[in-house]
Structures are given as structure tokens and as C-alpha cells.
Design a protein around this ligand. Sequence first.
Ligand code: BGC
Length: 422
Amino acid sequence: MEHKFLIGSATAGGQVEGYNTNSDIWAMEYMKTGGYSEPSLAAANHYHTYRQDIELMHQAGLNAYRFSLEWARIEPKKGVFDEKEMDHYLDVIHTCREYGIEPVITLFHFASPKWLITEGGWESESTIEYFGEYAAYVAEHLKAENIRYIITINEANMGILIAGFLEKIMKHMDGAGLQIGLDLENMADNQKLSEQENLEVFGVRQAAVFTSPRTSHGDEIVCRAHRKAVEILHSILPDTKVGLSLSLRDLHYTEGGKQNAEKDWEKDFLHYLPTIRDDDFFAIQTYTRAVFTEMGEQDPSSEAVLTQMGYEYYPECVEHVIRKVHESFHKDLLISENGIATDDDSLRIQYIDTALKGVLKCRDEGIPIKGYMYWSFIDNWEWQSGYSMKFGLVSVDRTSQKHIPKPSLSFLGSYTEKVNHQ
Ligand code: BGC
């Protein structure tokens, strides 16, 4: 059966539900060396408002919703699964169905149960088994739900991207640390404080959370955890399509920069090809482009329009990344995240319009692209940046917790009809 093209929005539990208190990130929000600018607290209160939120999606015309199940809620203690929390997510799924919204599920979106970090986290072999047990528990409970798409791990390459970013900063400082007034003593003190805090909170000196800079051993662990989950999900849910998501940028280069751009694509995408070989689809997450010269990656030019995140405004990235991925991966594709952080909703509308036109061009040329999920449904807690980034199609009055749709919500929804009746 040919399914409808999916037009929807995405969220992650840790960023919208509120009070994900058994997660590693929740713990880090209160650590001096955790790196979080403000705590998530109630976030968008979505744990309690999902029904009204899904109704808003339906009223605006969306036909899909991508959200994450929170491992820290479902398995708050090692080996102890909380049936009530799984029931909560089943209710979210049933509410989606009630409103004609296709639920697209993410098993893991950055937040781990705190106990996993004590067990060694994302640099430890044991995480592969633990993730497999969690995947099996969830799959058993989804048997009657007819779920079309499950993404195992959100942006599996994030730790590697962060490691690369830190390496670049260190290189820039190379030998110049003292010249730019870098306080090496202070850095060493911070390192000590961080070890102390990690010991107190997680019982380990180095906390290997999902967004910690990752070693290549850690990368291998993440890939094997994905493959383990795919195998389990395929055996329990044979009709569900299973895939991985990666964070990708549209890579451009000027004369002499081709090799650098190719190296980056290898690191971000190509080296995951063996990992996703048995998957049924691949989930693309992209927000902007990067330009490479002979010297490496350039900062955006002075003419570039920058979003609140400091990214170049470049909605064409979606079309370009789809084409690039399709060169080496020929199965189904989903855009599981794409969006813009801005206070200017008319700019968001323009961004979505350009992005979606590019997606549809690819579809009309025969690339098997099955849907587009805008990030984010609602103004979310943007991890270390706190509440300062406005990605949402819906805003949150943080005093009354009222959810107020922006014009971009119905703009996105107006595409559903268009793309399914051509
Ligand atoms: C992540 C989201 C995040 C978004 C915007 C993606 O990297 O999956 O959790 O909020 O980008 O920065």
C-alpha cells in the first residue's frame, strides 16, 4: 500500500515533556561543570499537554508527529521497567491515531538513564546489551500499534561531531593559549572539579554521556547498539521500518577545498554506511550548510543571514543533503529534523517553504523521500542553550504554560493537502 506523504513536526522528551528526573541530563543541569545554562524544569509541560498539543497539530493539518520515548522514564533503575510510563507513551500513540496523525517514534534522543552512566555510559560495551533490553521491552509493548517508522538513535554521530569541534578549538589555541590569556591553572582546576562532581553524581570520574566528545571506540559502541536494536525490532515488529538518524550538513567548497569537504562527508555519513546496511530507511537531520576551503571549514561570510543558533540561513540544505545521501543509500528517506531558530515567524515560513519545495522536487524526480518533520513542534528547552532558542511552530507562555500556535504551524499544515493531492 502506498502511504501518504508525511508532513509533521518533531520533539524530544527531554526538551518538551518536563521533569525527566531520572536522566543523566537532568542531573547535569544542576552540576557546576555540567555546562547547562538553565535547568529544563517543566519544559513545555508536554508530558501533561500532549493531548491538546496533538489536537493543535491536527487542526493545523499536519499528519505526522515524531517524538521520543524516554529511556530514563521507562527504565528508571537498571532492569526495572515502569509499566505506567510505557502506558503513557501508548496513550500518546493512541491520541495521535485518534487525530489522524502518524506517530514516528525515536527510541533514544540524547538523554540516558542516570544509571547507564554509572555503568560506563556510551564508551562501554555493556551499553549495547542494555540498549537491546530496552528496545525489546518497548517493542513487545508496541506489537499491537502498527508503528510505521522507528528511529533507534537520534543523531548517532553527535559525540564524534563534538569531539571534532573540540579538536578544532584546541588546534586554534595551539601554542597560543598563554598569548590569548588562557588560564591553564583554571582549566586544570575545572577538570578536577568536574571529576569530583562526576564521582558524586554518577560514581565515575569521566561521565560518558551521549553528547560527550566520543572516541572511535565509543562510535563503534553506538553503531553496535543501533544494529542490536535493529535486529531485535525486526524480530518483534516485522512490519515496522527501522532506521538511524544522523546530523548532516550541506557541504560546499571553494577552489582547493574539495578534499576537506569530502573528508567531512566521510566522517559524518559515509563511514556509517556499513552500520545502516540492514536498515529499512534513513533519517536525515539538517539545518544549514558549511563551506570548506583549502584551510578547512570557513566561518559564514559577512553577508550571510545568521539564525539564533549562529547557523547560516540556508534552507536549500535539505534538498542538497537528500541528493547527496541518495547517491550512496537507495532505500527510503525521511527528513526527521529541519528547522530554524528565530523570533521572526515570517522568516520561519519562508524557510519551511524553500525547504519543502526542495524536498518535493526530489520526490518528483523519484527519490524515495517519505516525509518531512519540522524541528520543533513547540519552543523547546534547547539543551545547553536553555530556553533562548525559538525553533517552535508553537510558543509557550512560560508563566501560564499556555501553548500559542504561530502562523508557521498552519503554513506547514497547508502542505499536507497539496503534497497528497497532486
Ligand atoms: C537535535 C535536537 C536539537 C536540534 C536543534 C538536533 O541536533 O536532535 O535535539 O534541539 O538539533 O539544535
